[in-house]
Structure formats: structure tokens, C-alpha cells
Write a protein that binds this ligand. Structure first.
Ligand code: UTP
Length: 291
């Protein structure tokens, strides 16, 4: 097994039902957060973390994702003719930013199934999984923080955040113990999927960033389909736990669930306020609302 995380898998074949009707024809991963599609934030994070190959798992109605990362001749010609140099270099940057391979998930049979589709492209090496609708605002990119943990431990790493109250029952939750001298790192004993609040083994909820060893593919192949005929990634990780150590890592930063309407609105406010070109005016506008 190679000990470097070079590849990042982006499952993007889901149906995006929480964001209907916007996602009826438009892939959820192409929804704009300020002025950039969600998936571009994730791809930029993977590159900043040192990943060399991006693997996007797509499905039906997902052609826009490929088009976005492809060269747009007409647009580039037009921008060149109009002397819009900044926009032209931005368009070229997007089409050259990464080495991207696509694989198709013919039916949305769950996150675990989507990851399994990337098996041949990943091969026998550790890899990252980024859920593009989880957008993370962090000083050090979340995946980079996780890769540092992987380099020290050579084990699978699951990013977590603390979730208080009944919202915990929407997540996979760690049953874990804190690693000595590292309050951000947890030794995972078990995973409990969507527990009732009173039955949650901890407050550490799994979010959309994973580093996984290639053994996960064998586990996923052997995992029976779960509820709704879907293959869950957490069920595969439970299998992994039987033979390997798995760590939880409480990353430094803020995560927004931009696949959810309210989450997207919160992310829009936070990311706009941080922008030099939009932030000051937007801040004044928000103040003027006197809420
Ligand atoms: P979500 O559960 O957030 O996505 O999966 P969803 O199913 O598309 O959305 P809702 O809940 O109906 O609104 C997280 C990520 O996993 C991908 C999704 O595209 C999303 O990026 N996914 C999910 C797949 O690629 N295939 C699947 O079968 C399911």
C-alpha cells in the first residue's frame, strides 16, 4: 500500500431532493455558493491538500459538472475579443486546475455504492472522499489537516464535528475515546448511524470528508444493501473497523451543509462577508435590515 493520499473521490450522483426544485434539472453540486459551484470549492480543497487526481462519480443529468471543468472555447473567444482578461484567466484556470476522471453510478444506490464505483480508478492505495455539498471554511484546508493525521497514523480518518441537541440523529456518530495528548483525535470503537439523541454514544458526528484505506472496497462489496436499497458508506467503515484502526478527527474550521437550503443560506452569508469585493457592502446591507 502506498502511503500517500494522491486521489480524491467526489460522489456527485445523488438526486439532491432536499434542494428541489432547483435540482430538478441542475446537479446539486453545480449550485452556486456566491459565484462558484459547490463542487469547485471541494476540488480546490483537494488540490490545496496535495491531491493529484480528482475522480468524480456522476450520474444522469450531471453533464454540467464535466462541462464546468472542461475548456469552453466559445466563452474564451468571446472574453478574449472583449478584452476581459481577468475572466478569461479564471475560465482557463478552472479547465486546467486538476486532472479529473469521471466514472458513472447508473443508479443512486447510496454513498457507499458511489464510492465503490471509483474502485478501479483508485486502485490499491489510500484515498480521500469529499462530499461536495459539505463546504468547509478553514484556515488550513480540512483535507490537508486530515492528510497530516493519515501521514502519522497510516489509518483511515473520518472528519467529525460536535453536534448538540436532536440534530445528532441526522448523522453517523462515533463511539470513541480521545487519543492521549491530542484532543482533536479519537480512537473509533464503533459507529452508530442516525441515533436517537438519548442513544448517541458521543456528540462527534461524521461529516463529508474521509480518508480511507483501499480495504474499504472489499468491505463495501461484501456489505449488504441497507435501508431503502442503498449501500451506506458507514456500513462499509463498520466492516473496516473489524480489521483496522480508524480515527475520528475533529477538524479546525466551520462546515456548512450547502445541500440543504438553510445551510446554503448560512454559507452564502459567511462566504460573502469574507469577500473583499462584496463583503463591506453586504455587511452594510445586513446592518440596514435592523433584524
Ligand atoms: P446526500 O445524501 O447529501 O445527497 O449525499 P443526495 O442524496 O443527492 O441529496 P438529498 O438528501 O436527496 O437532498 C452526499 C453526496 O453523495 C452523493 C451526492 O451526490 C452528494 O454529493 N451521492 C449520494 C451519490 O453520488 N450517489 C448516491 O447514490 C447518493
Amino acid at each position: 500500500m502506498k502511503n500517500k493520499v494522491r486521489k480524491a473521490v467526489f460522489p456527485a450522483a445523488g438526486l439532491g431532493t432536499r434542494f428541489l426544485p432547483a435540482t430538478k434539472a441542475l446537479p446539486k453540486e453545480m449550485l452556486a455558493l456566491v459565484d462558484k459551484p459547490l463542487i469547485q470549492y471541494g476540488v480546490e480543497e483537494a488540490i490545496a491538500a496535495g491531491c493529484e487526481q480528482i475522480i468524480i462519480v456522476t450520474g444522469r443529468n450531471k453533464a454540467e459538472i464535466e462541462d464546468h471543468f472542461d475548456i469552453s472555447f466559445e466563452l474564451e473567444q468571446l472574453l478574449e475579443a472583449r478584452g476581459k482578461k481577468d475572466l478569461l484567466s479564471m475560465s482557463r484556470y478552472i479547465s486546467h486546475m486538476a486532472n479529473i476522471a469521471y466514472v458513472r453510478q447508473k443508479e443512486a444506490m447510496g454513498l457507499g455504492h458511489a464510492v465503490l464505483m471509483a474502485r478501479d480508478l483508485v486502485g490499491d492505495e489510500p484515498f480521500a472522499v469529499i462530499l461536495p455539498d459539505d463546504v468547509i471554511d478553514a484556515r488550513v484546508p480540512c483535507l490537508k489537516q486530515m492528510i497530516e493525521v493519515f501521514e502519522q497514523t497510516q489509518c483511515s480518518v473520518l472528519a467529525t464535528q460536535v453536534v448538540e441537541g436532536p440534530a445528532i440523529s441526522s448523522y453517523g456518530v462515533l463511539d470513541c475515546t480521545e487519543v492521549k495528548d491530542n484532543p482533536r483525535l479519537f480512537d473509533v470503537r464503533a459507529l452508530v448511524e442516525k441515533p436517537k439523541e438519548e442513544e448517541a454514544p458521543s456528540r462527534h458526528a461524521i461529516i463529508g470528508r474521509y480518508i480511507l484505506t483501499p480495504r474499504i472496497f472489499e468491505e463495501l462489496r461484501e456489505t449488504p444493501l441497507g435501508s431503502g436499497g442503498e449501500l451506506q458508506l458507514t456500513d462499509g467503515i463498520k466492516g473496516l473497523l473489524a480489521s483496522e484502526k480508524v480515527y475520528g478527527y475533529s477538524f479546525e474550521g466551520t462546515r456548512y451543509d450547502a445541500g440543504d437550503k438553510l445551510g446554503m443560506l448560512k454559507a452564502t452569508v459567511a462566504f460573502t462577508l469574507e469577500r473583499e469585493d462584496l463583503g463591506p457592502e453586504f455587511r452594510e446591507y445586513l446592518k440596514s435590515l435592523n433584524l
